[in-house]
Write a new protein. Sequence first.
Length: 68
Amino acid sequence: MANTNSNRKLVPEAMDSLDKFKYEVASEVGVNLKNGYNGDISARDAGRIGGNMVRKLIQQAESNMIGR
């Protein structure tokens, strides 16, 4: 059977940058993340962080496409 792990990173070297980005976005939305394990935050807060990360990445991609 094929490996269906969707958590595999296409660019492993980007992990540090994504981690910094996650903490930056968490700070902006008022969620206090600590270094290491954050499994005790609510699903709502985790969703706010992830949703805002996606929104910002899409905005950045769109602005790069317009600038071409």
